[in-house]
Design a protein around this ligand. Structure first.
Ligand code: PGA
Length: 261
């Protein structure tokens, strides 16, 4: 049984003080009504500047911390970049790789995503690899081909025992930040396709261990439907991860769906 994983991608939001306040509100929820987060893994991904403070704030709790990007080199003359070792040093155990905003605006390619995945795994960071099609691609019937190519590229050369640690986030680009989430059935279809692709790489046993999140306008009100699908193992959440009530609502809904599955 795969343990659902809910990750909050704060993007370019939250100062240190704001991030610590949000983390503290979530911890309060975790020790109360949401004890043990209903069997979900919970990861917060603040901007780089707030990682250390948020990691300190959640120390000793079930909340884990991740970054939103990383560079594949271990050190050197790469102005503006941050290495895996630096992220671990700051308190991260996870890192988001290949988010569509980074692919669209900051030059991430299938090749650089693969380098980042390998560097993260080699350093002991667990990657959340984002894949997903644009609206044009969906309307042209290319969703399956695009997502399959992204998954194959991201896992290229990653050995099975490391591949099993990766989380894939299926995020249709047209659903991100638009309030227009995918239907749960459509998301399930793509996620099942991703699992078939993973099965082709690693065999069905490893593929059945790899967790696949849905992302794109996830809210407390639609999470139960997504989490009820056979191949959806949690969510990567943007906007709704920025306040404790919505984010805990998403965790709660995931726990409810999981217990029914
Ligand atoms: P959203 O973003 O939840 O605001 O749609 C999701 C994401 O970009 O990971």
């Amino acid at each position: 049984m795969r343990k659902p994983i809910i990750a909050g991608n704060w993007k370019m939001h939250k100062t240190i003080a704001e991030g610590v306040a949000l983390a503290s509100d979530l911890m309060a929820a975790a020790t109360g009504e949401l004890a043990d987060f209903n069997g979900c893994e919970v990861v917060l991904c603040p901007p780089f500047t707030a990682i250390r403070a948020v990691a300190d704030a959640v120390k000793g709790s079930a909340i884990q911390v991740g970054a939103q990007d990383v560079h594949w080199e271990s050190h050197g003359a790469f102005t503006g970049e941050v290495s895996c070792a630096m992220l671990i040093d700051a308190g991260c155990s996870w890192v988001i790789v290949g988010h569509s905003e980074r692919r669209a605006m900051f030059g991430d390619t299938d090749e650089s995503v693969n380098r980042k995945v390998k560097a993260a795994l080699a350093a002991g960071l667990k990657p959340i690899v984002c894949v997903g099609e644009s609206l044009d691609q969906r309307e042209s019937g290319l969703t399956h081909d695009i997502v399959t190519a992204q998954v194959l590229a991201a896992f290229n050369g990653v050995p099975a025992q490391q591949g099993a640690k990766v989380v894939v986030a299926y995020e249709p680009i047209w659903a991100i930040g638009t309030g227009r989430a995918s239907s749960a059935a459509d998301a399930q279809e793509v996620c099942a396709g991703i699992r078939t692709t993973l099965s082709g790489i690693y065999g069905s046993e490893i593929a059945s261990e790899i967790r696949i999140q849905y992302g794109g306008s996830v809210k407390p009100g639609n999470m139960q439907e997504f989490a009820g699908e056979a191949d959806i193992d949690g969510a990567l959440v943007g906007g709704a991860s920025l306040n404790a009530a919505d984010f805990s609502g998403i965790i709660r809904a995931t726990g409810v769906a999981k217990n029914r599955r």
